[in-house]
Design a protein around this ligand. Structure first.
Ligand code: SF4
Length: 558
């Protein structure tokens, strides 16, 4: 193999990297490595006086001489992918931030960093990445995908998560431009084209760029993404309940959103008022009902330890989340309130109007709450990842979730929520799974949670079906049952890959859709509508769905 000549230390490094690659390939098991195995290999070949080689360096060394090894680059990257937290759900999350922009909210706990969109702090890791990319959506998404690929992750199925203040309060032309640029980044990345330099130039003339971002540009980028190498299989936007009206629901959908993150924060009007949230609980119910009736996945935020709350009142508040049919979110982030330097809460704290819960109070509260989360809800977070130096008072323990879950287990209680039951990297056989349907009521109608589960109730795939009881605000959905989500677990697999021991490729998703269609037909609906992500539209077409203006529809026949 011809290579540029290397210096003696480089040659020694190259030899060490080759040895690392050979040893990794010689390890017995298939699939991703166990972190301890990789650790052992790396420790056997330290860099001279400079720690250990990174996965990125190892993968680059493989790419320099691919013909030398008895594995393809794809197989090797798969082995190297020890990190279970990024693509274990089959989809790669790419989080981007909007530009700094004022928020219409006046929440007393919310920090104010002029360099960031409202509520974000400039030393949070995601914020630093956004700032380094000048908040340009194209550069943020492209660079993140590149970093993932260099770590050995597959990048063909991407969930885009847009964070920053209240999305719905940004000018519509900015929203269109931002989302069009995200899809364009995915399309270019998948095609091996890097237009980050041009993106920076366009970002420099943002007002002109905004002017050019009509709906036609958004829709063209979305159409191109349907067959792109990096497809958007989910788009999440975040907003406030009092900004969700029928027009906003349609706009979110037109942008391609499939999930909405909504700050509920409390389910007690007195607590909402004391924290100057600017809306009441009924407003949260109405926003959730509008979004659910339009098929969105609902990701709620709830905050214990707000002004006016106590551990006992928070315990009651949490029960309302799932006992009130007007709430019942699909996913939940729990953010215990912390005192941050730039938040108005500083003054309230100084005047004795708020105190942070003691560590033990917080652990006990959360350990009492989490077992109450139903089997159809996923708890995505138990703390917000705020850098410790920014926290004046409040929880600083970054592994609080582990501590809380250990407390739950010590009390011999079980967690039923989805995240505690996901099969993660495990390979499973189809014959070991059974399909279970759980029913519950929402303000919109009847909900059905369909899940493929193992004998011990671990979850391999699920779908969310809504059987609405009222006419929806979106005319296209009149009289239709709604498929709000289909999710299959397992390591992110390449589009088109076949492996019957991986749930993504054992037909579990298609079977969930057929079962949802059967349930909808049995309930008297003539059509099943799905809120498909742009990159999943071809898959639904193959299952018989027809394109509508904003959704896809399956005629249920007789
Ligand atoms: S709505 Fe959200 S971003 Fe706006 S002030 Fe309240 S917490 Fe902060």
């Amino acid at each position: 193999m011809e290579r540029a000549s290397l210096s003696a230390p480089e040659e020694a490094g190259e030899e060490a990297l080759r040895a690392i690659i050979e040893e990794i390939l010689a390890l017995p098991s298939a699939g991703p490595l166990l972190p301890r195995d990789l650790d052992r290999v790396l420790r056997g070949h330290p860099k001279e006086g400079r720690g250990f080689y990174s996965k990125r360096e190892i993968l680059r060394a493989f790419r320099r001489e691919p013909a030398r090894y008895a594995a393809s680059e794809e197989e090797f990257a798969e082995r190297l992918r020890t990190c279970p937290t990024r693509s274990q759900s089959g989809v790669l999350p790419v989080t981007v931030l909007t530009k700094p922009f004022p928020c219409p909210g006046r929440c007393v706990f919310c920090p104010d960093d002029v360099r960031m969109p409202k509520s974000y702090l400039s030393d949070e890791p995601g914020c630093q990445r956004a700032e380094a990319n000048q908040f340009d959506p194209y550069r943020q998404a492209w660079s993140r995908l590149l970093a993932y690929r260099e770590m050995g992750h597959r990048t063909d199925k991407v969930e885009l998560i847009v964070l920053g203040g209240t999305w719905s309060s940004y000018p519509e032309r900015y929203q269109r431009w931002f989302v069009a640029r995200l899809f364009e980044a995915l399309n270019d990345f998948g095609a091996g084209r890097d237009a980050r330099a041009e993106a920076a130039a366009e970002h420099g003339e943002e007002s002109a760029a905004d002017g050019r971002a009509g709906w036609a540009r958004v829709e063209a980028a979305q159409r191109a993404n349907e067959e792109a190498g990096a497809r958007c299989v989910g788009l999440a936007l975040e907003t406030r309940p009092d900004h969700v009206d029928d027009a906003e629901v349609l706009r979110l959908r037109r942008l391609g959103a499939t999930k909405v993150q909504l700050g509920l924060q409390s389910l007690d009007d007195a607590v909402l008022a004391a924290n100057q949230r600017g809306h009441d609980v009924e407003c949260s119910r109405q926003a959730l009902a509008r979004l659910r009736a339009a098929g969105f996945k609902l990701h709620a935020h709830w905050m214990p330890n707000l002004v006016g709350a106590t551990p006992a009142s928070d315990r009651r508040d949490f029960t309302r989340l799932f006992a009130d049919p007007g709430l019942c979110p699909d996913e939940l982030k729990v953010y215990p309130c912390s005192l941050l330097e730039t938040a108005p809460l500083m003054r309230i704290h100084a005047d004795g109007g708020w105190r942070p819960y003691e560590h033990e109070e917080l652990v006990e509260l959360l350990a009492a709450c989490l077992p109450e989360v139903p089997a159809w809800c996923r708890v995505t977070r138990v703390i917000r990842d705020i850098p410790s130096p920014d926290i004046v008072a409040g929880n600083r323990q970054t592994n609080l979730r582990e501590v809380v879950e250990a407390r739950v287990r010590a009390g011999e209680r079980a967690l039923r929520e989805i995240r505690a039951r996901e099969i993660r990297q495990e390979r499973i056989e189809r014959r070991d799974l059974t399909l279970r349907v759980r029913a519950y009521a929402s303000r919109t109608g009847e909900e059905r949670f369909l899940e493929w589960q193992t004998a011990d109730e671990r979850i391999a795939a699920f779908a969310r079906l809504t059987l609405p009881s009222e006419e929806p605000g979106v005319p296209e959905l009149a009289g239709r049952a709604l498929l709000r989500e289909v999710h299959v677990y397992g390591p992110a697999a390449a589009l088109g890959e076949r492996d019957r021991t991986r749930p993504q490729h054992a037909g579990l998703g298609a079977d969930l859709v057929s079962e949802a269609a059967r349930l909808a037909a049995a309930a008297g609906y003539g059509h099943l509508a799905v809120i498909s992500a742009v990159g999943t539209r071809p898959w639904y077409r193959r299952l018989g769905f027809e394109d509508g203006p904003l959704y896809q529809h399956l005629p249920l026949g007789s």
